[in-house]
Design a protein around this ligand. Sequence first.
Ligand code: GLA
Length: 701
Amino acid sequence: MAEIAFDAGTRSWLIRTAATGYALRLTEDDAPSHVYWGPALTPDQLADVLPRTKERWDAFNDPNEGLDELAADGGTRYWTPALQLRFADGTRALEWRYLDHDIDDGMLRVRFRDRHYPLRITLGYRVPAGTDVIERWTELTHDGPDGPIEVIRADSATWVVPVRPDYRISHVTGRWAAESQLLREPVPHGETTFGSRRGITGHHANPWVMLDDGEATERHGEVYSAALAWSGSWRITTTRSSTGRLTVTGGFGQDGVVPRLNPGDTLTTPVFAGLYTDGGFGAASRAWHAYALRHVLPHPDELRPVLYNSWEATGFDVTEAGQRELAKKAAALGVELFVMDDGWFGARDGDHAGLGDWHVNRDKFPGGLEPLVGEVHGLGMKFGLWVEPEMVNPDSELYRAHPDWVLHYPQRTRSELRRQLVLNFARPDVAGWAFDSLDALVGEYGIDFLKWDMNRPFSEAGWPDDGDQDRLWVEHTRAVYGIMDRLRAAHPGLRIEACSGGGGRIDFGVMARTDQVWTSDNTDSLDRLVIQHGYGQVYPARAMSAWVTDDPNFVTHRSTPLRFRFHVAMAGVLGIGGDIVEWPEEDLAYAREQIALYKEIRPVVQHGRLHRLLPPDTDGVSALQYVAADGERAVVFVFRQAAHFHTHERPVRLDGLAPSARYRDDDTGQVWHGAALLAHGLFPGLPDGDFASVVIRLTKL
Ligand code: GLA
């Protein structure tokens, strides 16, 4: 448990996690000000840091600029505002007044009010047990009778990074079928905003950043990171000043969208968690993974089953006979969860119709879903179903009955993307309908798993009947969370996969109510190495869905050997997504063998610690290693993406092993000293050529 202490003399709070420290204080005029974030300090040691607040230099320069704990708009504060409000009379400046605080069970809440207006502000801090992660959020309460307060920006937290000679940022960018492309680049001076204005987390950026002084490597150096738990529009802004200060402020929302706080309302932001680590990017990732496993994912101790998904095999061409055939083949391979993807409901023969009509297509399934579900269960597999609850095709019974249920403005085009419109889940009647439809489906057929998809961003996001339309951006996402939470509560055995055109909804917000995420619609194993590398910077393998699909690849048309496709997918939650009815017997036999191997190594992959040995851009060869939580086993994956002329196989240096222990290669029986594996490495014995791969299993003796 973290230790949190208040020092009345200096009016400061010190939060001590297992290995780190964090401190804030009140300034003389009662505003919350940042003091410290970094390696653990005792209260005595912190006393050396506290008096550093300096006098203003002149009318234009204030050395304390950028030290606000939650940078608020107003007065002589010119930093990027994390909190920007407009009161009913038009006043836009905030003046903080400290009220009180409480410290309870690893949580700190510091309460303020505005000096004049009816607004209360709570800054929340929580350190989940056994982690160095500091979860932060903000609560705003309108506690007066006056008119509404406009919320221009309400970030969850501002993170102040200690002054360093230089700064570098790591983050991911991407697009559909190429999510999670890791970038490491200098932090520009001025303000840089990452975000999504799409109503979803997005493929183009993901709500986390890592900051270092430019010197950190995979294995060494201090890294400051922050991750936002939110699945709607978001923004994270880095601000770097000429004085050397760097801050990161982040939260939900987007520019121009200004919801209101009415008397009596409380707005609670999502968590924007921060983490200081030493030990390079590898240690930062492992700390985030441990946090996700212990404190975010709902069933972290479970092993995710090997899944089969029918999408790439059938597209919309779904038939009962076809699904039964796939299911039989899948069961024979050792698959544990059979998921029927799009095309099973309404008039869904293509992407032009049917979304919103969540009843079984009787032409395709004359006897309903029972026979198929029964068959799948009879084969010893769980049954999963694809749904896209937030969407409607204009060509659907639902839209014909409720054209006003979608996001729209009366005088604007209803822009279709993938021939569909977005339902307004901020409306309680729409969210209620969605819950009832899903609840009925899951209950009636005994569905074990839902793949919850979301295949287009918002547009014309209006709600004509509502006086405060902009609130729908946040409330839609909250409704998605609420429906997932209610479904889980009503059906404790139900598991959910989050998907948004592949990896468009991957974040700690959705992970808190799902069991895995669909990483990308791109299942090409070469591209996947890069995508998985970016994904794994923050998110754990335990939630990373990865399928083996047909050759050539559905999206990229590239050919890769089945072995390579398996090994890449086995570094996450293995699934099969090809047309296995068409696979030759030798491929099926190989698949059976690899699935059995995966089941053997998956406790290490899904619950172990990730060590990235060689990133996917290193001279044609990449490698990663998982070490079991108890250190007893390790699994090493080595991939040669491209063979280069006259490059000899080099030893791959392992990580995370005990130097004094010895390890046995489970396949060859060879025994190695941990120290030698760490210092020199292991010759992986890759087969020749491009797309070569090996999986090495080591057991500690
Ligand atoms: C999205 C998903 C795919 C598949 C299709 C079905 O693109 O990411 O995996 O489910 O929808 O329409």
